[in-house]
Write a protein that binds this ligand. Structure first.
Ligand SMILES: Cc1cc2nc3c(=O)[nH]c(=O)nc-3n(C[C@H](O)[C@H](O)[C@H](O)COP(=O)(O)OP(=O)(O)OC[C@H]3O[C@@H](n4cnc5c(N)ncnc54)[C@H](O)[C@@H]3O)c2cc1C
Length: 444
């Protein structure tokens, strides 16, 4: 690949981001014998990842936190149970297969699953460019249309911009932290995604008051974690619900994450999709595992028994202001039921207020005029995850992750990464073999 502006070599595929989604794609391509020769002569595949090394939500690898999917929903098993990249193969190589079975738990710790992902990613270092952020994707116009895209990349070490050229791009940039409007993150006001990185810079014993905003799984985990590691701190948890709501992982509801559910969702009319989303967002959004809810309640109760309360829950409440001063962070908490407000001066405030999928339109802006848009102005994504384009744009743009509206609730999760990666790998190889046919027959 060419290092500077000029005429870069054209390769078959560039993947934007190398989280679990594009890692699963790399594996699927390798298992089809296509990773190092995707289609055209000399065609190659490359992934560009902004982190300096592989990492999956490292700031939230909290002690005791467990996966919210069964280990069988790893990078491969749902697509190819015989794969050498399965969680079971990983366990065997690590010498823990028998012990894991004896644990009788389908849900590994997040730390262990991260180790599994790292183990798999380590086999693909030759196709990943770490420490590089994709900043935009531009069309390469030649003759009567666009057959290539330029992926402009900024090295995070400050060594400048580079341009890579490809026939296909698979966008898998994952989630970005979200905080309410007006919140300014700082060395004392954090988003939950940075928790462990930030905690490394402070002395937990010296923390007197912390406040956590949010009622989802991350908020509950952060509350429990800070209560554990800051032994002298008053820990305040603020949320507008009456109490934490339980994550629904019962078997019938869980089927919303099945590979087949993608077809159901994709074929449904927009109002049916919205209805399904409303019925089942309790499987994922603003909900907490029952074990954790019970544990937090029990901890708080035991403190009441001991007349030594450090854990405080402010329900039906909202943070209305959060201002850093030389003394700490002044936070006003408004009780929505009583109409009164309390003020806390905190050492640390953590906004565990969730994430939003990175919108592909941000990077694709220079190409957007050649893409078809859906009724809400987002890129229109076909069943095989390929963005529908106008006839003049003939190269492939695929989206993993930011497709919840069209492909359902599993889009931003791990549940379907194995099968989805197989579908994209298949679409890529077919389109490179028969470029015209694949455009003409692209599924709705
Ligand atoms: C704390 C936490 C726990 C979770 N636990 C679960 C769980 O148990 N089960 C589940 O199903 N889901 C879980 N999720 C949901 C999560 O979305 C998925 O686990 C998973 O991260 C999706 O993989 P991905 O590759 O799509 O996205 P990501 O893991 O977010 O990976 C995207 C990658 O792209 C890189 N990137 C982004 N923009 C650029 C750019 N411009 N240039 C270069 N690189 C870029 C990022 O650095 C990142 O490495 C969890 C989420 C969080 C935050």
């Amino acid at each position: 690949m060419n290092g500077q502006y000029g005429d870069p070599e054209t390769i078959d595929l560039i993947g934007v981001g190398f989280g679990p989604a594009n890692l699963a794609l790399a594996i699927a391509l390798e298992e089809q014998g296509r990773l190092r020769d995707l289609g055209s002569a000399g065609g190659r595949v490359r992934f560009v990842e902004q982190q300096a090394q592989f990492g999956w939500h490292r700031g939230m690898l909290l002690d005791g936190a467990r996966m919210q999917i069964a280990f069988l929903k790893d990078l491969v098993t749902m697509r190819n149970p015989r794969s050498r990249y399965s969680f079971l193969t990983y366990l065997q190589e690590r010498g823990r297969l028998v012990d894991f079975i004896n644990c009788k738990n389908f849900f590994p710790s997040r730390v262990e699953f991260h180790d599994y992902l790292e183990w798999a990613a380590a086999r693909f270092t030759d196709v990943v460019e770490y420490g590089s952020e994709v900043v935009r994707i531009e069309p390469v116009t030649a003759g009567d249309g666009i057959d290539q895209l330029d992926v402009v990349v900024r090295r995070v070490d400050g060594s400048g911009l580079r341009r890579h050229r490809a026939r296909n791009v698979v966008f898998a940039a994952g989630l970005q932290p979200w905080v309410p409007a007006g919140v300014a993150l700082s060395d004392r006001v954090w988003h939950s995604s940075e928790l462990l990185h930030r905690l490394g810079d402070i002395k937990p014993d010296e923390i007197r008051t912390v406040l956590v905003v949010g009622a989802g799984q991350s908020a509950a985990e952060v509350t429990g974690h800070l209560h554990r590691v800051c032994p002298n701190a008053q820990v305040h948890s603020v949320f507008s619900r009456f109490g934490y709501s339980v994550a629904d992982d019962s078997p019938f509801a869980n089927r919303i994450f099945d590979p087949d559910a993608v077809d159901v969702h994709f074929q449904a009319e927009p109002q049916v999709r919205d209805m399904l989303r409303r019925y089942h967002d309790g499987t994922n959004y603003s909900v907490v595992d029952l074990d954790l809810i019970t544990e937090l309640f029990e901890r708080s109760y035991q403190e009441k028994v001991a007349h030594d309360q450090r854990l405080h829950f402010h329900n039906v409440s909202r943070v209305t202001s959060c201002e850093q001063t030389p003394m700490g962070v002044d936070v006003t908490v408004h009780n929505l039921a009583l109409g009164c407000a309390s003020t806390f001066t905190c050492d640390i405030v953590v906004f565990a207020t969730g994430y939003r999928p990175v919108d592909p339109r941000d990077l694709l802006e220079p190409v957007l005029e050649h893409c078809r848009l859906d009724e809400e102005g987002g890129v229109d994504i076909g069943r095989n995850y390929r963005v529908r384009t106008k006839p003049q744009l003939r190269c492939g743009i695929y989206v993993q992750g930011a497709a919840e509206r069209s492909h359902g609730l599993s889009s931003v999760l791990l549940s379907n990464v194995a099968v989805r990666a197989g579908e994209i790998a298949q679409a890529l190889t077919e389109s490179l073999r028969h470029p015209d046919e694949s455009l003409a027959t692209a599924p709705r």
